[in-house]
Design a protein. Sequence first.
Length: 99
Amino acid sequence: MKAYMLVRAVIKDREKFVNGYGVEAAKLVDKFGGKYLVRAPGAIPLEGINDEQNSVVISEWPSKEAAQDFWNSDEYQEVKKLREGIADCYVLLIESDAL
């Protein structure tokens, strides 16, 4: 069953985030079998979120295990450090065969 990783990010330094973390994370998403469906700034909060600076990333994975292998890999743990102090991220992983 496919899995989807949903990320809401509040980015404080978009240039550093996109050109540093974003570039390196994308390489690993591809390496671990994921693909991006959405990578977009400017999400409009409708309920439960007060911050206006919302970016959203949705990636598709062949399975929940593949996404978790990516997330828990030593490689990603190093790349994740590139977003420290420049973005607050909220991440969910779900399985679904509905799409």
